[in-house]
Ligand binder design. Structure first.
Ligand code: ATP
Ligand code: MG
Length: 414
């Protein structure tokens, strides 16, 4: 039945996984909304140029990872590989440029054609925030602090480390680029094929390579730090001072670069060593050129995105599902009354699951399997007396309770 296999790198979220995903996303949403980052949702596909133009023609995402297709009218569309470009597109198409700063939260599926492995899927989910219109380092501090708060809320305060770097401003980067190209060109034969191409097009990207040979060359490379302009240095120092003031620990990692073209100044990642090779749970940075690049007015921006599947592997504190009440009619004659009772219990705020299929023994097993705290059993005898048997599933004690009083009784014991 090969046709019924899921597509490689996709995953079904059965009930426990769905609950955990919702927990992770809702915790993040709650923390973000308290800080004034309202949730927005953009479409999961956009015109291809929204991504191709902004992420950079040489980025891994654009060259290898996008799900791009023509729709029936011949438009080239792409399933979103990330959400920043889509949010900036929405910011521009909805004329929000006069409403700055704009702070938003998002969640949802992203799509990348990657080699699937633990923590790396082709359809995965992200939560993230963007802050548009805030160009000073305190915005970096605010956005990073929000990330730290989300991770702390998920019980990861001591599981993840913040790594941070500056990519400098345009001036710093072009000065550095020259030096880096000289260094790398002299060692081109040790670089991977991908990186030899990047050497021509976007040498900074090589610093982000995961290839072991590349990493060895990069380890000895000249540092961007030595080529930062005075304003770029001051910007970074202020951001770090802000983190210090808030007591947020970090490690400056001079090798940290972001894989996309639109980043500048602060780049950061929260990493964990509990996830093997896919250790980055949350990553972000500043993108002051992106809005202008997409045809809008110059508007600074900063944001981050976190992988929900990776967070799910680490997160703590997801509560177990609340225990339901099992409502079980013994025969067909009692079924409607029992279903009406289940609906009444739900209206009272209780969780009531109804099951009229199969013998009573089988349904009591079912009640155990769904971890019911009580079973309400209704037979013809009970119906005639307008009562039902209410059984405490933990103690096994049971008593007859008048139908009209069941909701009240079970509400008290919930
Ligand atoms: P990586 O270095 O792992 O490829 P990335 O730099 O491509 O990550 P970003 O584009 O910064 O990742 O996305 C932010 C976060 O989204 C990552 O830190 C990770 O947690 C998650 N993520 C990215 N790609 C995937 C994927 N294919 N499957 C699952 N999660 C992912
Ligand atoms: Mg990637």
């Amino acid at each position: 039945m090969t046709a019924l296999r899921p597509v490689r790198g996709t995953k079904d979220f059965l009930s426990d996984d769905s609950r955990k995903r919702r927990f992770v996303e809702d915790c993040a949403h709650d923390v973000a909304v308290r800080a004034g980052f309202a949730e927005i949702a953009t479409p999961i596909f956009e015109f291809t140029h929204v991504f191709a133009r902004t992420l950079g023609d040489t980025s891994d995402i654009v060259t290898k990872e996008m799900y791009t297709f023509q729709d029936r009218s011949g438009e080239s569309l792409t399933l979103r590989p990330e959400n920043t470009a889509g949010i900036v597109r929405a910011f521009l198409s909805n004329n929000l440029t006069q409403q700055l700063p704009l702070k938003v939260f998002y969640r949802g599926p992203m799509f990348r054609y990657e080699r699937p492995q633990k923590g790396r899927l082709r359809q995965f989910h992200q939560i993230g925030v963007e802050c548009l219109g805030a160009g000073t380092p305190i915005a970096d501090v605010e956005v990073i602090a929000l990330a730290a708060d989300v991770l702390a809320r998920l019980g990861l305060k001591h599981t993840v480390t913040l790594e941070i770097n500056t990519l400098g401003d345009t001036e710093s980067r072009s000065a550095y680029r020259t030096v880096l190209v000289d260094y790398l060109s002299a060692r081109a034969e040790s670089l991977s094929e991908d990186s030899r191409v990047r050497l021509q097009q976007n040498p900074l990207r090589i610093l982000d390579s995961k290839d072991a040979g590349d990493r060895a060359v990069v380890a000895e490379a000249p540092s961007l730090e030595d080529h930062l302009s005075a304003p770029a240095q001051a910007f970074f120092a202020e951001a770090l001072a802000g983190l210090d003031a808030l007591g947020i620990g970090y490690r400056v990692n001079r090798q940290l670069v972001r894989g996309l073209d639109y980043y500048c100044h602060t780049a950061f990642e929260f990493v964990s060593d509990a996830l093997g090779a896919q250790g980055t749970v949350l990553a972000g940075g500043r993108y002051d050129e992106l809005v202008r690049q997409m045809g809008g007015p110059p508007t600074p921006g900063i944001g981050w995105a976190a992988g929900v599947e990776r967070l799910m592997m680490l997160a703590e504190g997801c509560p177990p599902p609340p225990r339901p009440i099992a409502v079980l009619p013994l025969g067909a004659a009692e079924a409607c009354t029992a279903l009406a009772l289940a609906r009444e219990l739900r209206q009272e705020g209780l969780i009531a699951e109804f099951n009229a299929a199969g013998g009573l023994g089988k349904r009591m097993k079912w009640a155990n399997r769904i971890n019911a705290r009580a079973a309400v059993i209704l037979g013809s005898d009970e119906l005639a007396r307008q009562v039902a048997t209410v059984r405490d599933m933990d103690s096994g004690t049971q008593e007859d309770v008048a139908l009209a009083e069941i909701a009240g009784r079970l509400s008290q014991s919930s």
